[in-house]
Structure formats: C-alpha cells, structure tokens
Write a protein that binds this ligand. Structure first.
Ligand code: SF4
Ligand code: SF4
Length: 112
C-alpha cells in the first residue's frame, strides 16, 4: 500500500482528528478529541496525550496505536505491508473488529 496514511487495519489516518490536532498543534482540537475518546473508550484520555502522525507514518503515535492496538502489533510482527496482504484477513478477529464495522476500511485494504 503506497498510501502511508492508510493504517494496517485500513482506517484512514489522514482524516483522523488526532493527527490533524498534532500536525496543526491545535490544542482546542486536542481537547475535543480527548473528550470524545474518553467517553467512547470509558477511559481518562487527556488532551496532552493526543499526539499522533499516523499508524504507518514515521513519528509520534497515540499510545494505544503505538503499542496496544493488536492489529498494528500483529501486522508488524508478520512484516505485512498492511492486513490487506495477509492471507488470514477474512478469518482474523483482530482486523475483523475494524473491517466488519467499516466497509471503507475493508475496501481500502482489498484495493477496491
Ligand atoms: S494511528 Fe494515529 S492518526 Fe491513525 S487512527 Fe490512530 S490516532 Fe489516528
Ligand atoms: S493475522 Fe490479522 S491482524 Fe495479523 S496481519 Fe493478518 S489480518 Fe492483520
């Protein structure tokens, strides 16, 4: 996958508000993202934690994406370009948690 904005799981980091807040150093957007993600994940995510340039980009990443996301860890360990090149994609529960809820992510990975 040439487009490095596309994450291993097929999500588009280019449109992610955490990335936009990071590249624009926008603290108001960091606050908005932290509030939304805290509510969504029932966690205490603070604005200063919102720093990420993208899953497959060189540079800083949100802590979850960096080291806790099972898809990113698995795809890197298998040296996959993305999950789209993995033969387990149709039976994998890890990437399934994303692509079964996002047809767009699935289509990006499968190049449709
Ligand atoms: S890796 Fe970073 S830019 Fe991509 S979805 Fe996660 S937080 Fe957003
Ligand atoms: S096993 Fe699943 S998460 Fe791991 S690379 Fe393959 S499709 Fe992606």
């Amino acid at each position: 996958m040439d487009n490095k904005f596309i994450a291993y799981c097929g999500l588009d980091c280019e449109s992610c508000e955490a990335r936009l807040a990071t590249i624009n150093d926008d603290n108001e957007l960091r606050k908005k993202v932290a509030k939304e993600w805290s509510e969504m994940n029932k966690a205490d995510i603070r604005p200063e934690m919102i720093n990420c340039v993208g899953c497959r980009m060189e540079g800083i990443k949100f802590a979850y994406c960096e080291s806790m996301c099972p898809v990113r860890q698995c795809a890197m360990a298998k040296e996959m370009d993305t999950c789209g090149t993995c033969k387990e994609i149709n039976s994998c529960p890890k990437v399934g948690a994303i692509i079964n809820n996002s047809l767009e992510a699935k289509e990006r990975l499968l190049g449709k």
